[in-house]
Design a binder for this molecule. Structure first.
Ligand code: MRU
Length: 339
């Protein structure tokens, strides 16, 4: 299986996802500012993968520090953590991982500097390994919902490229295929940055899944005319009441699912649940650069001085979600209390 991020010789190696599907390009990164730029520009993206990346980034800042005392090292790590926290606001995994790395660091004050650096690298690698296990468990749990002949619609990319493992929503698809179930997948292209067409189609085809690309405004008629039986997507942050933020366009799909009487599932690791947030109203939604709507790739597709509204995520109210699938099980929304 392809690995979108790796830790090699105390450096981070990642796939530059902005180059896909044309080029599979790996970047070696030993600089925290390069990592921050990669996260902001979506070279590294997807909530769980962003979490793994910032954990490794924190470890990298430790390795790069020239400080010889615990206090000096703490200053360097705090500076790195602030930069990493400022990259993207919506995926809670980013903040959860940095909190965990900082908590780990605090327990290490009586150790020698080299031992501390090793221990924080170990913690970041543990997070990476745990993410792999969570993805596999989400797949196993969610595959129970897949029936022979299902037609599944997905949005954005919640697959191998968005995690350290086999994905969240797409992990269910890979597991169902492994179990010999036959089904079809429709992938939304996911405007404006095309994570569906560039990334989901690429990885589903690599893994021999029967997948068909549609553009976002074909979703309603595809559900109606092609007999879509369920919609499965990932999430960037889930509130205690089950409201879930995911890639812009997800909310519209949930409304369509309700209208057509088909289930709408969110698949995410429990690290995507923000226990500090009561409802979706409190989820910070990233607004991205206007140029993402003015240009499609390098081609200008709107007047340059158009007024632009470009939120990267929307919040699906829990009332439109059938169940949330995590590594711990399938939670019917009625029973979901931020588990
Ligand atoms: O802007 P992106 O590409 O980081 O957005 C990604 C998504 O919205 C995914 O659906 C979500 O992070 C879940 S990934 C397992």
């Amino acid at each position: 299986m392809i690995e979108p991020i790796k830790w090699k010789d105390n450096k981070i190696v990642f796939i530059d996802q902005t180059q896909l599907p044309a080029k599979l390009k790996y970047v070696r990164c030993w600089d925290i500012d390069v990592l921050c730029e990669a996260i902001k520009k979506l070279r590294i993206r997807g909530a769980p993968l962003i979490g793994v990346a910032v954990g490794l980034g924190y470890a990298l800042a430790g390795i790069n520090s020239k400080e010889k005392t615990f206090r000096g090292l703490k200053k360097d790590l705090d500076r790195a953590s602030l930069k990493l926290r400022a990259t993207r606001p919506t995926a809670v995994n980013l903040f959860w991982v940095l909190d965990r790395m900082e908590d780990k660091f605090k327990t290490l004050s009586r150790f020698k500097i080299n031992a501390i650096k090793k221990a924080i690298s170990r913690e970041a690698l543990d997070i990476l390994e745990e993410d792999k296990k969570m993805c596999a468990a989400i797949g196993k749990n969610g595959a129970k919902l897949i029936k022979k002949g299902d037609v599944i619609l997905t949005h954005c990319n919640a697959g191998i490229l968005a995690t350290a493992g086999q994905g969240t929503a797409l992990s269910i698809i890979y597991e169902a295929k492994k179990q010999g179930k036959r089904f079809k997948v429709y992938a939304d292209e996911t405007r404006p940055l095309m994570q569906g067409s560039r990334l989901t189609m690429w990885e589903l085809m690599q893994n021999h899944i029967d997948a068909t690309l549609i553009c976002d405004d074909m979703a309603a008629s595809t559900i109606k005319n092609k007999g879509v039986t369920k919609i499965i997507v990932g999430a960037d942050r889930i509130a205690r009441n089950g409201d879930a933020a995911n890639k812009i366009g997800t909310y519209g799909l949930a409304v369509l699912a309700k209208h057509h009487g088909i289930p709408f599932y969110i698949a995410a690791p429990s690290s995507t649940i923000d226990k500090d947030i009561r409802s979706g109203r409190d989820i910070p939604i990233e607004e991205r650069d206007r140029d993402e709507l003015i240009y499609t790739g390098s081609k200008q597709t709107a007047p340059v001085n158009s007024k632009v509204y470009n939120p990267a995520f929307d919040v699906t109210p829990h009332s439109l979600i059938s169940s949330i699938i995590t590594e711990k099980g399938i939670y019917e929304i009625k029973r979901f209390r931020g588990i």
